[in-house]
Design a binder for this molecule. Sequence first.
Ligand code: HEC
Length: 392
Amino acid sequence: MRYEKGQYRSFIDCSLAEKLLFTGYLLLTGIAYLMAMYYLYTSHQGHDGKPGDSIEDIVETYYGNRSGTKLEAAIRGPMAAYIEIEDRHVIVEWLKKDAPKEDYPSKIQPILAKTCLQCHSPSSGLKIPDLSNYSGIRKVAKVDTGESLHTLVKLSHIHLFGIGLVLFILGSIFKLTVLPGWLKYPLIVIPFFAVFVDILSWFLTKWDPVYAYTVVVAGAFLGISLGAQIMISLYQIWFLRPELIVSEKVTKPVIKNKNSIVKTYQVVIGICLVASFLVSITVVKLTPRQKENQRLEKIKNILSVVQLYDENTDVDAIYRQNIFKQWVELETGQIVYDNVSQLEKRSFEQLAKSSEYGESLPSAVDIANIKRQPKFMPVYYVLDSTHKCNSF
Ligand code: HEC
């Protein structure tokens, strides 16, 4: 069957006024899309301190940086010299309880008054966080959990309404193209689907940072399909000649042609498979990286406690040269030689919970209300240059 003029509406049937109208809208939308991309690039950039957009930036935007508060990072790192170990412990415990206000005057304020306030109060004239009152310290005592759910809901409903309308207008123009159905129908459906998946994965990223990759993949699908809609439409508006259309595969009304429905489904399913494949590959690739980051974070904490941490050098190397780790059974004080790999595999919480490696604490001694504690703990020795044990 040939496409004949008037069989169904295509750009050939459009008046010059319509063609100009469509062209104007397509060009503006294309430019708007490019600007949106540029804006995204520059506004996410710098969250992680690196130029350009990266998965880490997306994770920081939606998931946040939950490894601790600024205050905890400060007293373990750059401010460690101004605080005693017991005091630091008190502050860290307070932060774990989400910095309750009622404990501030009795427990926290006296510690800060010892040294911190010499610098961290308005009278010092320094442009650093003011820690002389609760609201000041609250700012550095919040765990960063990324954009709030409230903000995400606000952003997503604006996005869904706005983008939905843009996609509808674009699609209404694009439907006038003369294309085989297996290509045309997916190109109309994919942008809607991609926007939905993109916004869904903002929320999923809040829950698990792995979904930052879905944000990227869905964004890529949206970009590609919008680009194709705009380019193909613009081309056919101005360069399509009726006499050139002799293909049998041109779009026919859907009901009359079951074949193209089947093909449409095939293409859509194929694209979904490719997308889920991409996402699962990235998930598999990201997990080891997360583990590695956690490991490095732990090493950094250990090094900053003994003031060997220097962000410009390889923490792994400093750790290997200076720190020696052994596991000790808490009850007896004996060094553990067997089963060390079993202990290494587990986090403190896992150790405490397990029946073999943890024990429950009688409530009389459980002042911190931790319920269970591990039976074994690691001890870190700091070695000096002759590899003799110096302190621990
Ligand atoms: C000798 C002055 C001085 C003392 C004492 C001091 N600080 Fe600081 N603190 C600074 C300066 C300067 C900065 C800013 C450093 C920077 O931004 O790199 C800072 C930054 C901080 C920050 C912000 C870190 C960030 O990521 O924004 C926190 C939190 C902090 N200090 C907590 C403390 C605490 C708690 C104490 C007491 C245990 C303390 N400081 C003692 C000078 C001091």
